[in-house]
Write a protein that binds this ligand. Structure first.
Ligand code: URA
Length: 254
């Protein structure tokens, strides 16, 4: 990229004003003063300063939601899979990664981004990002997840599932389930615990965002409000976690 274009992209000034700044010998590339605006630079490797201050390109991240249909694996690459969710995104978005996973037969919202920090936040159990599912069961559960899930249900291998399960019909074969941690195949494991099978699983919401405005297989970019919602997921939770750790430390000391 040309130096003047790079500076303009970084928001220093207009392209013409950046030319002036360069002519005035106020710009260095790898500690050498450069006075030719057309000098080629590598924004990833070169260290560029204006009046002694480091200048960086403002990275524009991409955020996409997909209405995942059945039959697609939620992975970047799987040599054994004939269809992955990446097949549903066009070429310019092949560098994005799915945020978390849905089973091959699960439908509903799946997000993609190249914002690595946000991916980390959204999949880390600490941040308790809410996921809401619609669950169609083969038969009614042998027991009452609606009463037990809020207190914690012990699954196989001692994993504990916490959340809410709301029956939506009299036969108790249709449930809305809200979970925060996102353990592997958690919904199916919860209902296996109650001796029933999940026939259909659809994720209605992820962090309050829905893809139900899209047809199966369709995708679109998140709105700025939706991106804001995602970014808010970490706000306050770090603080809560630190307070919780502080309290535990105190308890241990006493
Ligand atoms: N829980 C499951 O069992 N499967 C999914 O795809 C998502 C949550």
């Amino acid at each position: 990229m040309r130096l003047n274009k790079f500076l303009a992209h970084c928001g220093i000034a207009s392209r013409r004003q950046c030319d002036e700044i360069i002519f005035e010998k106020r710009v260095t590339v790898n500690e050498t003063i450069i006075d030719a605006p057309g000098t080629e630079i590598d924004p990833d490797k070169d260290l560029i300063t204006v009046d002694g201050d480091r200048v960086r390109l403002i990275k524009q991240f991409t955020y996409i939601k997909l209405q995942k249909p059945q039959g697609y694996i939620s992975t970047k690459k799987d040599p054994h899979a004939d269809q992955t969710v990446m097949d549903l995104l066009p070429k310019p978005y092949q560098h994005l990664v799915p945020i978390g996973r849905l089973d091959k037969d699960t439908t509903g919202i799946l997000l993609f981004t190249d914002d690595g920090d946000l991916v980390h936040t959204l999949i880390h159990p600490r941040y308790e990002v809410e996921k809401q599912y619609l669950v169609q069961l083969a038969v009614a559960p042998a027991g009452f997840p609606e009463e037990e899930l809020p207190k914690g249900v012990t699954l196989e291998e001692k994993a504990i599932a916490n959340g809410q399960a709301i029956p939506l019909n009299g036969k108790r074969t249709l449930y809305r389930v809200i979970l925060k941690e996102g353990k592997k195949r958690e919904v199916k494991r919860i209902f296996r615990h109650y001796n029933t099978k999940v026939r259909k699983l659809h994720r209605e919401l992820f962090a309050g965002i829905s893809a139900d405005d899209l047809a199966p297989g369709d995708w679109k970019k998140l709105t700025s409000d939706e991106i804001k919602k995602l970014k808010e997921q970490s706000v306050g939770k770090e603080f809560t976690q630190k307070r919780r750790q502080g309290r535990q430390k105190k308890l241990k000391q006493n």
